[in-house]
Write a protein that binds this ligand. Sequence first.
Ligand code: ADP
Length: 226
Amino acid sequence: MSEVMLALKGVEKTYNRGQSNAVQVLNGADLAIASGEMVALVAPSGAGKSTLLHIAGLLDTADRGEVAIGGTRMNGLSDRRRTVARRRDVGFVYQFHHLLPEFSALENIVLPQLANGVAKSEAETRAYDLLARVGVAERAGHRPSAMSGGEQQRVAFCRALANGPRLLLADEPTGNLDPGTSDQVFAALVDLVRDTGLAALIATHNMELAARMDRVVKLDGGQLVS
Ligand code: ADP
């Protein structure tokens, strides 16, 4: 049996706790994703998808409940150790590419590797390889502003995978693209994830895209249902 890569147990999150405008977003969310498994996270806007992804990706903390990545419980870790775990184990893709505008596509994928202690030549080789796999190697020297929206997002996928994470989290990764482009770019992401054998949780509004995953989970009333 494959290893459980992401496990959430009884995760709760309320914004503005104790205030009159408190919003309980997660109310006992449970989820287990195995390595190599791609799961779609589907819910209407405002249901808490981003909140769940941020907690799973160690960018935010839950009020209650457990988060484990690769079998390691993250709750008790110091901020420093959580940051190390996040850099090493988690790749994150947003709806907007968030590439650094003053750097080339290649540099955007090299920089996170340098921050992780990888040698420059090795980082560049890996960056080229990733760009080639998503079909944008010829854009390696271009800055984000000289690329189309679809190309920018492909580069953002490469950046998310730069440090060889075990878990990929994506928040509406093609939500900002026109439908035709969105389909192709999504297919590139699926191929990349399948090739790498990552565990992935991908939020999308698009049920057709969601149906290409191994499994769909819905966020309903702060809980995850199949
Ligand atoms: P989704 O990604 O499904 O659109 P979000 O996780 O972004 O949903 O938001 C869920 C709910 O939590 C929304 O009602 C949103 O307004 C609220 N929310 C999100 N972030 C904050 C925050 N930092 N402070 C207060 N409320 C927030």
